[in-house]
Ligand binder design. Structure first.
Ligand code: NAP
Length: 293
C-alpha cells in the first residue's frame, strides 16, 4: 500500500520503519527533516510538505499534540490541501474535541487509531491499536495495523471514541505510577527496598504489564532518556480533564496527578520521563532524589 507518514518522533520513526519492513511504499514528512534520514536510507521518499505526503491511499499522522495535528492537517500545505483524498489515520494522543473536528473537516475518510505501548513496543511491532471510524476505512487500514501492532481493538464508528479510551488508559497508567511510587517510598522509609516491594506485588496481586514495566523503571530509576516525556504526560492529563469537564465527570485523582507532573517538570526539567513523578514523591517524603527507590 502507498502510505504517507507525517511525524517522525520516537513513536513515528519506529512505526514507519516497521511499515517499510512489511513492504509498504512510504512517503515521509517531519518538521525537522533530519529525522527522516534513516528511513530514506531504507527506501522511503522525503516529502517537502504534509500535503505531498498525503498523495497515497492512506496518510498516517503521529505527532506530539493537538497543536501539531491541527497545523499539519488544516494549515497551509497541510494534509487537507492535498489533491488526493487518502484515509487520514491519526495515531497521536489528541483531544476528543479535535478528533470530532477532524472527522467533520476531512475530505477523505478519517480514522482515529491511538496506541498503547512505549517506543520499545513500537519498534517490536507490539503496539495495541485502538481504532474507531467508518468500518470500510478500518478494513482498508488492516494491512497497516497488522504491520505495526499485536492487536487491534475496534472501538466504534465515531473516531473520538478511540481517543476517549486512550485518554482513560493514560489516566490509569499515571495513577498506577503515582500509587506505586508512593508505596515504594513508604516501604523504603521502613527499610524495605522498592525493588523487593515491586517483586512481591508484581508476583502476586499486581501482575499487569503496567506494574511490571513501570515497577522496573521506578526500581532502577530509569527516568532519562525519557521513553514518554513528562510534558506529553501533562498534556494527556489536560486532555483527560477537558473530556471530563465536557462529560460532567468529576475525577479528583486527576488533579493530584497533574500537580505531581508539574512538580517533577519544574524540579527536573522537560526531558524527564513521566514516571519521574516518583522523584517528587520522594522529595515530599524528605528523601533525596537519586537514592534507590
Ligand atoms: P516525540 O518523540 O516528542 O515526537 C513528536 C513529533 O511531533 C515529532 O515528529 C515533532 O517534530 C512533531 N511536532 C511537534 N510539534 C509540532 C508542530 N507544532 N508542528 C509539526 N510537528 C510537530 O513524541 P512521541 O513520543 O513520538 O509521541 C507522539 C505521540 O504519540 C504523542 O501524541 C504521544 O502522546 C503519543 N504516544 C506516545 C507514547 C510514548 O511512549 N512515547 C506512547 C503512546 C502514544 P520535530 O521532530 O520537528 O520536533
Amino acid at each position: 500500500v502507498k502510505i504517507g507518514f507525517v511525524g517522525l518522533g520516537q513513536m513515528g520513526s519506529a512505526i514507519a520503519s516497521n511499515l517499510i519492513g512489511a513492504g509498504h511504499e512510504l512517503v515521509v514528512w517531519n518538521r525537522s527533516a533530519d529525522k527522516a534520514e534513516a528511513l530514506i536510507a531504507r527506501g522511503a521518499r522525503l516529502a517537502t510538505t504534509p500535503a505531498e505526503a498525503a498523495s497515497g491511499e492512506i496518510v498516517i499522522s503521529m505527532l506530539a499534540d493537538d497543536r501539531a495535528v491541527e497545523r499539519v492537517t488544516f494549515g497551509e500545505q497541510g494534509i487537507l490541501s492535498a489533491a488526493a483524498r487518502p484515509i487520514h489515520v491519526s495515531m497521536s494522543t489528541i483531544s476528543t474535541d479535535l478528533a470530532d473536528r477532524l472527522t467533520a473537516g476531512q475530505s477523505g475518510a478519517y480514522v482515529s487509531a491511538p496506541v498503547f505501548g512505549r517506543p520499545a513496543a513500537a519498534e517490536a511491532a507490539k503496539l495495541f491499536i485502538l481504532a474507531a471510524g467508518p468500518s470500510g476505512a478500518l478494513d482498508a487500514c488492516e494491512p497497516v495495523f497488522s504491520a505495526i501492532g499485536q492487536r487491534v481493538f475496534r472501538i466504534g464508528e465515531r473516531p473520538s471514541q478511540a481517543n476517549l479510551v486512550k485518554l482513560c488508559g493514560n489516566f490509569m497508567i499515571m495513577a498506577a505510577i503515582e500509587a506505586m511510587a508512593e508505596a515504594m517510598t513508604l516501604a523504603e522509609k521502613g527499610n524495605v527496598s522498592g525493588a523487593q516491594l515491586v517483586e512481591v506485588l508484581t508476583g502476586t496481586l499486581f501482575s499487569a504489564p503496567v506494574y511490571q514495566t513501570y515497577g522496573e523503571i521506578l526500581a532502577e530509576e530509569r527516568f532519562r532518556p525519557a521513553g514518554f516525556a513528562a510534558p506529553l504526560g501533562l498534556k494527556d492529563m489536560h486532555l483527560v480533564a477537558s473530556a471530563a469537564h465536557a462529560l460532567r465527570t468529576p475525577m479528583p485523582v486527576l488533579s493530584v496527578l497533574r500537580d505531581q507532573l508539574l512538580s517533577v517538570i519544574a524540579q527536573e526539567g522537560e526531558e524527564i520521563d513521566w514516571s519521574g513523578v516518583a522523584l517528587a514523591v520522594r522529595r515530599n517524603a524528605g528523601l533525596q532524589a537519586g537514592g534507590a527507590l
